[in-house]
Design a binder for this molecule. Structure first.
Ligand SMILES: [Zn+2]
Length: 512
């Protein structure tokens, strides 16, 4: 199967119709509107990223004007053919010498079943992962390519000495969502001008080949600033080889008809080091200053807190300076969207996905879409403020319950753990308010929506506080505790109200 020529992309028509598979050429050159169609949202995100990476590698538009025209209309078949001609050989999943994202002749005592390539399918004990039975039984070529890419680029490593991708084990991916698949792909492709901004070494490395064509040398120390964009986007950190497919009727993942299916692969450890952080254009990074050195890493979901708590990181740039010890750098594709969408005052539909892991095991996965009303691009401080406000209500609840649970000085505490359950209730019940505010707020005049948001978050916070303490109200010893905890709650809630005499201005001039 060839990813540039064959029908492997699992889609369904945007309006009506069932699942089918199309080729990359049909996607990029056709007028028809599609959306991805796979049984898991992380697999759809992986498929989307793979499409973006291949298209970025082969069809980088020169400048913003060319990118804008591609977002609007399909490319021609001849443009497609010219761009893929020289590299078609790189994209055979079953090439006898250099198969896509694999190495031939991987030494392995035992083969590994395909389910190990579907992140979180095995070893996941929590309910966040709902997988249909037999999902990885036998995969068609398209699904095999998607899971290979996902394992190499988005998921934790296999553990035990196997390497994770260039973004580390569980990077957050942030992309711009368009109104159909082709548009989404182009919205996340950097123009040549932006590529140079992101990769200052672009000129020297643009012609580099992917790792399965020009393998990483064993023991090599690779400087991240010597990795070109094609090589980096399609980086395969491990030695993996799919075993020959077996006769089959249908794919266990996408459900499509297939004559053969991949059921197992070989993997082997392989040692090398990448020095520094490669600026992957699909992920936000966090910088911190330690002893005068700047450390950089990719943003990740490290707690069960929902994605909005990190939203400012995804869209607001912040340098390390005299007032900030921590910096943040949104994904290059999001920064580019500020320019290309901002001019047309469009809303941003921000697609956020990623895994939360504990070493090799995946604890849960996230997949969310936030809509930011137009005007967001020139008022990112409002986003920063809005997220801080949301976290402020969470903290008010948390601090009040902490007092109720632990007591204070000579006042007895309830001694039961209430905080965690209350926090997840808070996240669950406030999410619609936060999402709604982001989608509706007038970013130049945010006061009215922010007041509405405050009112809603305050009422949810008070409700959860009362529901949490209610079962303990029969204990006369806790009456004083409750009074103190309630006072704590209202003190913190009052601090979140706009205080005009202090000159607060709802984030208009707040430094992030
Ligand atoms: Zn399939």
């Amino acid at each position: 199967m060839n990813l540039l020529a064959d029908q492997w992309i699992p889609v369904r028509p945007f309006d009506v119709g069932g699942a089918e598979k199309i080729s990359l050429q049909e996607l990029l050159c056709g007028e028809k509107k599609w959306e991805l169609c796979l049984p898991r949202d992380d697999m759809e995100l992986a498929a989307l990223q793979l499409l973006i990476c291949i298209s970025q590698a082969l069809f980088t538009p020169k400048g913003t004007a060319e990118l804008r025209s591609r977002i609007v209309k399909p490319i021609t078949v001849s443009e497609y053919d010219v761009a893929v001609q020289a590299v078609t050989d790189w994209f055979f999943l079953d090439h006898p010498k250099h198969p896509f994202m694999q190495v031939r002749g991987v030494p392995a005592k035992d083969s590994t079943p395909m389910d190990k390539l579907l992140a979180g399918l095995t070893g996941a004990t929590n309910s966040c992962f709902v997988n249909q039975a037999g999902l990885a039984g036998g995969l068609c070529g398209g699904c095999a390519a998607i899971v290979l890419f996902n394992q190499a680029s988005c998921a934790p490593s296999f553990g035990g000495g196997f390497k994770a991708g260039l973004r580390g084990s569980s990077p957050i991916t942030t992309l711009v969502q368009g109104d159909h698949l082709r548009r989404t792909v182009w919205l996340n492709i950097l123009s040549g001008d932006e590529l140079v901004q992101t990769f200052s070494w672009h000129g020297d490395t643009a012609m580099q080949k992917p790792t399965w064509i020009e393998p990483i040398k064993a023991g090599e120390a690779v400087s991240s600033q010597r990795i070109g964009f094609i090589r980096g986007l399609l980086w395969q950190p491990d030695h993996i080889e799919l075993l020959s497919p077996v006769a089959a009727k249908s794919c266990s993942c996408c459900g499509s008809r297939t004559d053969t299916a991949y059921t197992a692969f070989n993997k082997a450890k392989f040692s090398y080091t990448v020095v520094g952080t490669w600026p992957h254009p699909h992920s936000p990074r966090i910088m911190s200053s330690k002893k005068g050195e700047t450390e950089e890493k990719f943003a990740a979901f490290t707690t069960s807190a929902p994605a909005w708590t990190q939203l400012s990181r995804f869209v607001v740039q912040q340098q390390i300076d005299a007032t900030n010890t921590v910096g943040q750098q949104p994904a290059a594709v999001i920064l580019q969207a500020r320019k290309i969408l901002g001019a047309q005052s469009r809303k941003l539909h921000l697609l956020i996905g990623g895994y939360r892991n504990n070493q090799a095991s995946v604890l849960d996965r996230r997949h969310e879409v936030f809509t930011l009303n137009h005007g967001w691009d020139s008022n990112t401080n409002v986003i920063h403020y809005l997220v801080a406000l949301g976290r402020g209500y969470r903290d008010a609840l948390y601090k009040a319950l902490y007092v109720f649970v632990n007591g204070i000085k000579d006042i007895k505490g309830a001694g039961v753990k209430l905080n965690q359950a209350a926090e997840s209730q808070f996240y669950r019940r406030t999410e619609p308010t936060i999402e709604d505010t982001l989608a509706r707020v007038d970013f130049t005049e945010p006061e009215q929506e922010l007041a509405r948001m405050r009112k809603s978050l305050k009422s949810i916070t008070v409700d959860i506080f009362q529901e949490s303490v209610r079962p303990y109200l029969n204990d006369p010893e806790l009456i004083r505790t409750l009074a103190v905890a309630r006072r704590t709650l209202y003190k913190h809630l009052n601090n979140l109200e706009p205080q005009k005499d202090k000159g607060e201005d709802n984030g208009k001039t707040e430094t992030p």
